[in-house]
Every structure is written in C-alpha cells, then in structure tokens.
Design a protein around this ligand. Structure first.
Ligand SMILES: CC(C)(COP(=O)(O)OP(=O)(O)OC[C@H]1O[C@@H](n2cnc3c(N)ncnc32)[C@H](O)[C@@H]1OP(=O)(O)O)[C@@H](O)C(=O)NCCC(=O)NCCS
Length: 158
C-alpha cells in the first residue's frame, strides 16, 4: 500500500473534502453532520473559518499522491477534540488509524476527546487503536439521522 502521510491543508483541498463528506453512507455513519451536507456554500464558509483559525490544527491525509481525507483538532464545548473523515473508497485499510496516530504527535494537548455516534463502531475502533478509552455519554441531535441519538465520548489522557 502507498504511504499514508499528513500535510498542511491548502484551500484547493476543500472541494475534495466537500465531495468526501457528502457521501450518504458516510454521513449516516458519522451521524453528527451538517444539516445539509450538499450545501456547498455552507461547507466552504465553514472551511474558510477553519483555515483562518490558528487554534484549529488541521491536516490533509494523503495516500501516496491521492487526497483521502482530513483530520482536525478543535475545541468542542470547550473540550480539546479531534475529528476525522476518510473517503469511503479507502475505508478498511488502516488509513484513519495511521493518520490519527501521526496527528496525535502534532496535536499534543492532553487530555484530548473524541465523540462518535453510539453505533459508529469503525470510528470507535480507530480511537481504541490510538489509545482512547470511554469517557462519557451524551444525547444530541444527529442531522444525518433526523433524530436525537446517543453519543459516545472517548478520551486520550496522555
Ligand atoms: C470511521 C472512519 C474514519 C474509519 O476509517 P478507516 O480508514 O476505514 O479506519 P481504519 O481502517 O483505520 O480502522 C477501522 C477499524 O474499524 C473496524 N470496523 C469497521 N467497521 C466495523 C464495524 N461495523 N464493526 C466493528 N468494527 C468495524 C475495522 O475492522 C478496523 O479495525 P481493525 O484494524 O481492528 O480491523 C471512516 O469510516 C469514515 O471516515 N467514516 C465517515 C466519517 C466518520 O464517521 N468520522 C468519524 C466521526 S466520529
């Protein structure tokens, strides 16, 4: 397999992120998505803000020469948090695990948290492989499912 590596996000990556995050199967899995993942203007505005915000650490995930996703550190409800998204064509190859492992050497704040839908077992597995452990539960509105669902919160303490 080609090498997984992280690089700085450039503005032209955002169009690819948009295509990746509007995949309906991926949205259902992630659950906590934008109200309308097909709203390009909204997505571009969100990423314009992310790119301008130095508090947010963001990296593009590359597999060889192919842009396969992104990984982001941000503050959610005041908690230092991490989130990631991989193009569905590349799922199940260990890319998220490898990317998050590398990212955690860049985003070094601890503890660091991550939230997943209760049934997003792939994401929970990625977190477990990177050393996260269960921390708490919450209930929140999941736009991709049009209902409130349970959210699992995980923490990496060191
Ligand atoms: C979650 C996501 C990032 C995983 O990416 P990935 O590159 O496929 O992840 P990896 O290959 O590194 O690891 C996935 C692990 O989950 C496991 N897995 C996948 N589906 C599973 C399921 N239904 N039940 C249990 N484990 C599952 C895989 O077997 C693998 O574990 P293993 O290495 O022990 O075999 C990707 O599916 C994605 O981007 N989904 C949409 C966005 C999203 O949910 N982001 C996270 C929001 S919290």
């Amino acid at each position: 397999m080609d090498e997984v590596r992280l690089r700085e996000v450039v503005a032209s990556d955002v169009e690819t992120f948009f295509e990746q995050q509007r995949d309906p199967i991926a949205c259902k899995m992630a659950a906590f998505t934008a109200d309308d993942p097909n709203d390009r203007a909204n997505f571009l505005a969100l990423w314009t803000g992310i790119l301008a915000n130095d508090e947010i650490i963001k990296r593009t995930i590359m597999l060889g020469d192919t842009l396969v996703g992104n990984v982001v550190f941000f503050f959610q409800f005041g908690m230092p948090s991490v989130g990631y998204w991989i193009d569905r064509k590349y799922w199940g190859r260990g890319i998220a695990t490898q990317a998050l492992t590398e990212f955690l050497a860049i985003a070094t704040e601890r503890p660091i948290y991550a939230r997943t839908a209760f049934d997003n077992l792939a994401s929970q597995r990625v977190l477990a492989k990177c050393g996260f452990v269960p921390f708490d539960r919450d209930v929140a509105y999941a736009a991709a499912r049009r209902e409130e669902i349970e959210e699992r919160i995980f923490v990496l303490r060191s």
